[in-house]
Structure formats: structure tokens, C-alpha cells
Design a protein around this ligand. Structure first.
Ligand SMILES: Cc1cc2nc3c(=O)[nH]c(=O)nc-3n(C[C@H](O)[C@H](O)[C@H](O)COP(=O)(O)OP(=O)(O)OC[C@H]3O[C@@H](n4cnc5c(N)ncnc54)[C@H](O)[C@@H]3O)c2cc1C
Length: 377
């Protein structure tokens, strides 16, 4: 039986959680990392990872499925001019089970206690301050700081009172701030993927769709998906997905004779900007649990990694200093804001102002080229 008292407990072993645990342990805190699943677990995702993450974490080549240096935007059934970008911005395609497990193993090698197959039900509160977590089996694990990295439907955010702080009517407003995604994998021989897609990311926009479709190539696999704002959708997300795979000529040519693996699946992703505060007495939130996803791109891995790193460091410092008050922990928000706030806020503003995902993506691409040194320092 693992010890039940830690300096820091991180809930969720996705990119935010593994990085939070790694940085907490490296900063000298006894740290546990809990996940509801047995790892490696899969996660519905396009698997596109920002070059900064690959560089910063020295992700090895065997985890990378493809290096992407071009994007083909398709508006309706028309291809816009092909866009290329420098190596410094080249995306990598990964499979989330292998990529996430690699990050978790980094944390374990740094001394983190990994506790798998353990769903957390709630935080444990004492005088409105968080002091640990309660698992579904009614086990209590105590700590000085909890970091909630448990994804878009975060039990930590909900039970620590963030949802009622952010919105008056919690659940409804949270999911209204999310996009619903439908995604599937298609098998196709690698030689065909090379010929039809190569190292090009395909992004499809439709007049009627507040979001976009994607085709992201892997080794012998194509990941095909649709993400759409819940509040702006006139059709079911699965209907938009079917419009792409059955109705769009360019997608049909790419997917010709490709074999659907299993069935399309669905998941939420936040897409309305990060939520604040992301700290309270004894608790921090990082990644999807705090809405840290680009509103224009739907990118979340990069933001989860960067926020997780900061959360781990601040939580360890607070635990070791014996000061886990919300005032002390507020430095977390200042620090992540300084690193990823401009990016997240700009994406949310572009989408809000244009109400047009294609125009917002154009504006955002120009913004990244202009500010890349500052964003990826
Ligand atoms: C269809 C789709 C496609 C996407 N494509 C991309 C992309 O190509 N590139 C990109 O950058 N982003 C993409 N995203 C967003 C990205 O997947 C997320 O932003 C990212 O995974 C967030 O990381 P996280 O660590 O915050 O949460 P997650 O990766 O969701 O990890 C949360 C972890 O918490 C665990 N957990 C949940 N609840 C509990 C509980 N109660 N107790 C214990 N453990 C729990 C889960 O098992 C999971 O391991 C996509 C999202 C979707 C839905």
C-alpha cells in the first residue's frame, strides 16, 4: 500500500499532470500522480504536438509518427494556397497513448509515486482549504497541495468550487464553453499516406461549422476529426463529421479505400479561453481542467505542458514553505500568464471578434509568425 500523505498530489496523468508531477518532484516535493485508468491509456486527440514541446522535453524520434512542415487549408471544396513553415515551428504527430506514457515515465523516473486505476471522486476540504483527495473506493489521500489535471470534465475543478466561482450555474456553462469533437482513425498503407498527404496537415472549414475538420497523418493511420462549438451547432457533431468523410471531395480522395478502425468517438475540449482564478487554498488547476486550450487551433497539449510545469514548481515551493494559502499560490497564475497567457487570450479574442474560425486562423497564423520568439522563449 503506498503512503497516503504527500506534499503534492496530482490528479490526471495527461500532459499537464505528468509535467506537474515531474516539476514538483524535481523541486523536492514528495509527489503522487493518480489516474483513473491503467496506463498507457488512449486519449481522443489529433496528436499534433507543437515543436516547443518536442524540443524542451527532448521527445525521442521513436515517439514521433511524422514531422509536419506544411498545412493545406480547404475552404468548402477549394484548396487555399499551401502554407509551409520553418523547422523551428514544425509540428510532430504522435499517438497519445505512447506520447503520454513517455511523459509519465519521465515523472516516475524523477521519483513520483504513480497510482493507476484510481478514479478520484472529490477533493477533501477542511475549513474551505483543500487537503487531499477522496477516491471512488473511499480512500483518503492527504497532501499539502492538490493539482487538478483531470481534463475537460475535471472533478477537482468542480468539487473544489471552481465551477461555481467561474459561473453561477456550474455544469451548463462549463460545457457551453467547450467544443464537441468526433474523431476516428482510418488505416491506409503508408505509401498511400505518403502520396496523398505526406507531411501536410489538412484543415477543412465549412461556412456552417463553428470549428473545423482535420486529417492528421500517422504511420499507416489517418486521424480524421471534427470539432464544433456546442452553442453554435445547427447539426449534431457526427453529422458534420459525416459531411466531411462522405461529402467532401478532397477528403474522400484522401480516404479512398482507407479502413475505419472501430467506430468514431466523441469528446469535449474547452475552446473559450483559460478560466481564472486557477488557484485556491491548497489547490491549482492546469491544462483542460482550467480551459487552457487555443480557441482557434484547438491545441491543448502545449498549454497543458507549460502550465503543468509551472504548477508543479509552485505547488512544491508552497508545500515546502508551509504556505498553501490562495494568496501564496496566486503566483502560479501570474507565472503561467507570463508564458502562455498572450497566446491563449489572443486566440480567444480573434475567435470572439471574427466569429469566423477561418478568418481567426489566418489572423492567428500571422500573429504566431510575428511573435514566435516571445511565445516560444
Ligand atoms: C478530438 C480531440 C482532438 C484534439 N487534438 C489535439 C491536437 O492535435 N493537438 C493538441 O495539442 N491538442 C489536441 N486536443 C486537445 C488535447 O487533447 C488536450 O488539450 C490535452 O489532452 C489536455 O491535457 P490535460 O493533461 O489537461 O488533460 P488530458 O490529456 O485529458 O488528461 C487527463 C487525465 O486525467 C485522467 N482523469 C480524468 N478524470 C479523472 C479522475 N476523476 N480521477 C483520476 N484521473 C482522472 C484521465 O484518465 C487522463 O489521463 C484535442 C482534443 C480532442 C478532444
Amino acid at each position: 500500500m503506498p503512503p497516503k500523505d504527500y506534499d503534492v498530489i496530482v490528479v490526471g496523468a495527461g500532459p499537464a499532470g505528468s509535467m506537474a508531477a515531474l516539476y514538483a518532484a524535481r523541486s523536492g516535493a514528495s509527489t503522487a500522480l493518480l489516474d483513473m485508468e491503467k496506463l498507457p491509456r488512449d486519449k481522443l486527440c489529433g496528436g499534433g504536438v507543437n515543436a516547443w514541446v518536442i524540443r524542451k522535453l527532448s521527445i525521442p524520434e521513436n515517439i514521433v509518427e511524422r514531422t509536419m512542415d506544411k498545412a493545406q487549408v480547404v475552404a468548402g471544396d477549394k484548396k487555399l494556397p499551401l502554407v509551409s513553415w520553418p523547422d523551428s515551428l514544425a509540428w510532430r504527430m504522435v499517438l497519445r497513448d505512447r506520447f503520454d506514457h513517455y511523459l509519465t515515465k519521465m515523472a516516475v523516473e524523477a521519483g513520483v509515486s504513480l497510482i493507476e486505476s484510481t478514479p478520484v471522486e472529490s477533493v477533501v476540504l477542511d475549513n474551505k482549504a483543500v487537503h487531499g483527495v477522496k477516491t471512488r473506493n473511499n480512500d483518503y489521500l492527504h497532501c499539502k497541495v492538490v493539482i487538478g489535471c483531470d481534463g475537460a470534465s475535471s472533478k477537482i475543478a468542480k468539487t473544489a468550487g471552481f465551477w461555481s466561482k467561474w459561473f453561477n450555474d456550474s455544469a451548463q456553462n462549463w460545457f457551453d464553453r467547450c467544443a464537441y469533437c468526433v474523431e476516428a482513425q482510418y488505416k491506409l498503407p503508408d505509401s498511400e499516406i505518403e502520396a496523398r498527404v505526406g507531411n501536410t496537415t489538412f484543415i477543412f472549414y465549412e461556412r456552417d461549422l463553428m470549428g473545423y475538420h482535420w486529417i492528421f497523418p500517422k504511420k499507416g493511420l489517418l486521424t480524421v476529426g471534427t470539432g464544433c462549438a456546442r452553442t453554435h451547432s445547427r447539426k449534431k457533431p457526427s453529422s458534420y463529421f459525416n459531411d466531411l468523410v462522405r461529402g467532401n471531395q478532397i477528403a474522400k480522395e484522401i480516404l479512398k479505400d482507407a479502413k475505419l478502425v472501430g467506430r468514431p468517438k466523441g469528446a469535449y475540449v474547452p475552446f473559450s479561453g483559460a478560466l481564472k482564478p486557477s488557484y485556491a487554498d491548497g489547490v491549482l488547476l492546469a491544462g483542460d481542467s482550467a480551459g487552457m486550450v487555443g480557441a482557434v487551433t484547438g491545441e491543448g497539449i502545449y498549454f497543458a505542458v507549460r502550465a503543468g510545469m509551472v504548477a508543479g514548481e509552485v505547488a512544491a515551493k508552497a508545500a515546502l514553505a508551509g504556505n498553501t494559502s490562495s494568496k501564496y499560490l496566486s503566483q502560479y497564475e501570474k507565472k503561467w500568464q507570463a508564458k502562455i497567457g498572450l497566446d491563449l487570450d489572443t486566440q480567444a479574442r480573434f475567435l470572439r471578434k471574427t466569429q469566423n474560425p477561418l478568418i481567426a486562423m489566418g489572423l492567428y497564423s500571422a500573429f504566431v509568425i510575428r511573435h514566435q520568439k516571445e511565445l516560444y522563449a
